[in-house]
Each structure stands twice: as C-alpha cells, then as structure tokens.
Design a protein around this ligand. Structure first.
Ligand SMILES: [Zn+2]
Length: 687
C-alpha cells in the first residue's frame, strides 16, 4: 500500500491487489504488436494544426455528445489491440515510451557488467526460468508452510510485505499529513485478491461472474502449486476474503483525508485491534516506532479479529497464492498464464498477454527506474520543451490566482490564504534533479526471480529508511517515461513527467489553442487538485488543517454537491453508474482545470482574436484539444473495473465537463433540449 498522490489518469495494474500496489511507477499497459524500435511520430496522426479533424464525427451534435462529435470517427476506426484493455492517447504514448526505453536497454545489454542490460536479459530468458521451476522460491514457500499458529502470522506477513506480497494490512512510511516536515509509519486495510470489496459483495451478475472466475483462479494456482484438495481450499480463501471485504472501507471513505488521518500510539493500536501482533509486524518490517497513522481503524480491528480466528491453513494458502501471483512473470509459464487469465482477461477483458520484451522493459523500468530515466531524458527530452512548459504553467497558475480573486463565495481572509497556498507551489517538470543510487541492489545473471525479489526488498528498504530522515523534496513519484501527471498535497507540488509533454498533449510549435486545451488543462487539473474536496483541506504549508471559515466550507460543499449529482446521473451500463462522490476530486480537477486553462488561453491572446484555422475558431480548437487527449476505447470488463476502482470518470464523461462552461456554449451553439445542455443556473462553477 503506497499512498497516494492524485494523478491525472489511472494506470491499470495487471496482478496483485490494488490496495497493496507498491511504488506507483508507470504501468505496463499492453503493447500493440512486436514493433520496430523506430519511434512512431505521433504528430503525423494529428493533422496540420494539432487537432485531428478526420477523427471527428460531425453527424453528432456537440450539444448531444461532445466526445463523439470530437472523436467519433477515430473511435469507430480504432480497434483495441489484442493485448490491451483499452486504447487511446495515453496508451499510444506509453508504447512510444517503451520503444524508446528499449533502445536504451538494448544498448546497455551490450555491456555484461551493466545492471540494466543484465536485469533485462535475465528477465527475457524464459528457458532458464522454465528449467528452474519453483526451486528458486521453494525456501519461501517452505517458510509459509511452516506457519504453525495464528500468533506467528504477523511475522510472516511482515516478511511478505518486504517482498511486495500483499498481506492482511498494508504498511509504508510516508509524510505526516498534519506535520509534513516529518515521515511517519502508516497502515491501511489490505488482504483482498480482487481489486475492491465490491467484487466480493456486489449482487450485479457481471461482478458475480468475475467472482466465480476468481474462485477458479484460486483453485488453479493451488493445483499448480501441488496442493491437495484445491477446490475446497480455494473456497476457504474466498470465504475469508469475503469476510475481510465486509469489514473493509469503501474507496469513497478511503480517499477522505480527514477520516483516514488517525495518528495513534502503538499501544492504542494493539488495544484497538487485538488478534494481530502489530508490534512484531512492525519490527519485522524493519522499523522501530511508537506511533502510526491508521487509515481505516474499524477495518483494521475487523481484519485483526478475522485473521486471529481464521484456520491457519487458510492464511497459508492465501499467502502461497498471493506469492505465486505477485511473481508470476518470473515463474514458469503455467503460473504466468494463469495470473494473466484472471488479472488480464477476466478482470480487464484483455485477450492476449503483451510480448515479453515490453514486460521486460516494464520490469527494468520499475526496478532500476532512475538508471534508465537519466539516459531517457538525455536522449528524448529536448531542453526547449521545459522552457515552454514552464511558461505555460506560469500562465495557468496566474489564471488560477485571478479566479481566486474573483470568487464570490469565499471570505477575503480565506482568499488571501488560498493565494498564499498558490504562491508556495513547487512545479516539477520533465525529470528529477537528483537520482536514486541502486548500488545496493544486486542483479544476478540467470536469477530472474531473485532479481525481482531483491528489487522489491530494495524498494521496501528505501521506503523505511525515510523514518527520521529529512523530507525528500527532490523525490518523484513517477518516472520521466510515464504518461501522466500528479499533485502531492503535503509537498505542495504539481509534477509533469517528460513523457506527457508531447503531442497530442503538448507541442511547443503547435497551435496555442490546442496546447492550452491539452497540456494547459492538464496543468490546470493538477493545480486544481490542491483545491479539490480533499486537496483544499491542506493549508499554505501543506498541512491537513482547518483553514477555511465555516461559511466558506458550507458554500464549497453546496457547490460540490451539485457536481456529485451531475456525475451520479451518468449511467454507463444498466445498474453501473459513475460514482459522483468517489470521482469528485477528479471531476473538480477537470472542471476547474479546463476553466483556468481557458482563462489562460484567452489571456495569452491579449486584445486580439485567435486566427480561424481549417474553419475552426480558437475557442473551438481549445475545447476540441481537451476532447482529443481523452479519446480512448475500452473493453467492457476494463470499464466496469474502472467504475469500481478508478477515481477518474470515464473519458466520455471527463470530456463532458465542458457543459458547465459558458464559452463552450458560445463556441458550439449547444441548445436547450440537447443531452448535455444545462441552463446557465444549472452549470456548476466551483473555482
Ligand atoms: Zn487528477
């Protein structure tokens, strides 16, 4: 479990449980095909001025469905590659990142002493992996089998956690929300093999079908591991996890910064949640602490009770399955295929697994991230991009400042502090100015599994070494190869990796309207996160702290309630809708982000009007630029999973946020009676 900064878009992890995902590195979204290492030129797909007019469907009225109007022909003509759960601009750029990264790794592989090349070659050597069978992991599986009592489980769970294998609770060291100048131990609910409690508890027949596939998966893994009576044992795991799901918090509650801030002494945690030896768990995780922040206290109490009563065999079997799934990619093919059949196909709808080399790039990029990153940015990130992006960020931040000044619902004193908060932001663009040192991480030829385990242990060690140390203001939560962006409240920062500073998000030589609608709105989105329903709880020094007046808070909540209702009304499948409260932070980010990006665009024009290009006005190209970056086709299972687990609304609904903006109506002439039309007093305006 690793918290959590708010991202621009979700990535789709393949295996493991969402609540125990380790470092949020770029995720290996599946590739298109075995491709030549020559980078594709995305700009060629985007028309002469930056917007792809050929991809529009002008038979659709923009006021009925702006997403289809802007992207309909593209959507119809763009199949999802067999090894992807979805395909759009993010996945296209992710492919480009991987192809570029492969050239770096291939060169490194010429030098046998180079860790990058060695880790990659060893990962690709599936014959060696096959020949070894389960031998490399046998001592760990034996250790699990030796568990003889529930009381000893805490120690085993801690050892699993060090290796990135999900246990009953998640643990990491992170910034203290109320005292962001220090790091503190943090703990949260965990223990599920499916991505969310809903997968265990929902009565939706589609979800129930996935649950049945999970039971099959558990049975298959236990069979492959040579365990007798696999079906009965699988059922026992599912029953145990269903009980854990019942005591687990929803994602909506789990993203509430106030509810999840529960700093307590270790003694208090022990008395609150008897049944699990938290002292032993923490010391065997490698830390000596007297206090911890517990994200979901009632869930931790429930989980401790459940693991104290569960048959020891269930705890052992669950850990065996979790181990084999977590390391499936470096185990014999039968384990790898089985993990993909559930986590790739059943949960995400992806028919085919991605080619080995792309997964190898993902592994090396995850485990030796900065060694790869520093070569990547030297080679693929032109310095002039940074200067241009800096200017855009400044313009959008200025526009946000003018918005704050103009608010009618906020008290002057609160506005002054909001202004101070904006002035204190750190903007990170491109790549970090300091790199991690992996000299302590041993990479061995012919030991793919060992390399993966040592990489996970290295990451754990690096994380816990933060306790008592100064805050790493230089640290990044994403690699420069990642097509994404994030906001981190405690750090008061907005971060834009090199790989998102490319077309169709950004091209320093393209039409400013499309740049402001693309990367400008992305920048606005990340700035606005610091003022969303959670981010706004953090003051000008990055502290979780009440800094609003009671009246300000009430006005803000009344406005955001309208936005919750607007998104709750989007039904995607029968019985499956967007969750307005769960996606609120991201929807505020989009609403305010596109609004301030538009302001910044108009401001950049000064007194003059933008030129008409190919029959479209500057305002039209701005909103079309926003619609274009969100073009994406989904497989049904992937979209269903996202409705449950992704705090971002689906692409079509993200694009539709423009229905709240007056200039969009002027630009496209949306009228009463059209699907997206909102009367002026129904348009939500927060910032
Ligand atoms: Zn976001």
């Amino acid at each position: 479990m690793k918290k959590l900064f708010v991202m621009l878009a979700a990535t789709t992890a393949l295996a493991g449980c969402a609540t125990t995902a380790p470092m949020p590195v770029a995720v290996a979204e599946a590739p298109q095909a075995e491709a030549a290492p020559t980078p594709i030129a995305p700009k060629s797909a985007l028309g002469s001025f930056g917007f792809d007019q050929a991809g529009m469907d002008t038979t659709v009225l923009p006021g009925n469905n702006f997403y289809q109007f802007a992207n309909g022909t593209w959507a119809k003509n763009t199949p999802i590659p067999a090894d992807k759960s979805n395909f759009g601009m993010f996945t296209m750029l992710d492919d480009l990142s991987k192809e570029r990264t492969r050239t770096i790794i291939d060169e490194a592989a010429m030098d046998p002493s180079n860790k990058i090349g060695l880790a990659y070659a060893t990962y690709l050597d599936t014959a060696a992996i096959e020949a070894k069978g389960l031998a490399p992991i046998k001592s760990w599986l034996d250790e699990i089998d030796a568990l003889s009592s529930n009381a000893a489980y805490a120690s085993l769970a801690a050892k699993a956690g060090k290796r990135g294998i999900g246990g009953p609770v998640g643990f990491y060291v992170g910034q203290d929300d109320k005292n962001p100048d220090r790091y503190v131990a943090q703990m949260g609910q965990s223990g599920l093999g499916m991505p969310d409690r809903d997968y265990y508890l929902s009565v939706d027949p589609k979800i129930a079908a996935t649950r049945a596939q999970y039971l099959t998966h558990l049975t298959n893994v236990l069979t492959l591991a040579g365990r007798p009576n696999p079906a009965a044992r699988a059922k026992a795991i599912l029953d145990h996890e269903t009980a854990v799901a019942r005591v687990s918090w929803t994602r909506t509650d789990s993203r509430d910064a106030t509810k999840t801030y529960n700093l307590m002494s270790l003694a208090r945690l022990r008395s609150m949640a008897p049944g699990f030896d938290f002292g032993r768990y923490l010391s065997d995780s490698g830390v000596t602490v007297t206090e911890v922040i517990v994200a979901q206290p009632t869930a931790i109490t429930g989980i401790a009770r459940l693991v104290s009563r569960a048959p020891v065999q269930v705890l052992k079997d669950q850990l065996v399955v979790r181990t084999l799934d977590s390391y499936a990619s470096v185990l014999p093919a039968a384990f790898d295929k089985e993990a993909f059949a559930f986590y790739g196909t059943a949960l995400s709808g992806t028919p085919e697994q991605e080619v080995r080399w792309k997964r190898g790039v993902g592994f090396v990029t995850g485990s030796l991230a900065d060694d790869v990153s520093k070569i990547y940015v030297e080679r693929f990130y032109p310095p002039e991009t940074k200067a241009k992006a800096d200017e855009l960020v400044r313009n959008v931040v200025d526009a946000m400042g003018r918005r704050i000044d103009g608010l009618t619902w906020m008290a002057p004193a609160t506005k002054a502090r909001a202004r101070a908060k904006l002035a204190n932001f750190t903007t990170k663009i491109g790549y970090p100015d300091r790199w991690q040192d992996y000299s302590a991480l041993e990479i061995r030829s012919g030991d793919a599994l060992g390399n993966a385990i040592r990489a996970a242990e290295w990451a754990h060690q690096d994380n816990i070494s933060k306790l008592g140390a100064p805050i790493r203001r230089w640290e990044w939560g994403m690699t420069p190869m990642t097509v994404n962006a994030y906001a981190n409240f405690g750090m008061q920062e907005i971060v834009f990796p090199a790989a998102i500073l490319q077309p169709p998000f950004f091209d320093p030589n393209a039409d400013p309207a499309v740049n402001y609608g693309g990367i400008g709105a992305v920048i606005g989105h990340e700035i606005s996160h610091h003022f969303d329903d959670q981010g706004a709880k953090y003051d000008e020094r990055g502290r979780l702290n009440e800094w609003w007046t009671e009246a300000d808070r009430k006005s803000f909540e009344a406005l955001t309630k309208q936005l919750v209702a607007q998104y709750d009304a989007y039904q995607i499948f029968p019985g499956a809708s967007v969750k307005g409260a769960f996606t609120l932070g991201e929807n505020i980010g989009d609403l305010a982000g596109v609004t301030v990006a538009y302001d910044a665009y108009r401001h950049s024009l000064g007194q003059s009007e933008a030129p008409v290009i190919d029959g479209t006005t500057g305002d039209q190209r701005f909103y079309l630029g926003w619609a274009q970056v969100w073009r994406r086709n989904y497989r049904e299972a992937n979209l269903r999973q996202r409705l449950i687990t992704d705090p971002h609304s689906p692409s079509e609904q993200r694009v539709a946020v423009v229905r709240n903006m007056d200039p969009w109506y002027s630009a496209f002439g949306a009228k009463p009676g059209e699907t997206l039309y909102l009367a002026p007093d129904k348009r939500v305006r927060v910032w």
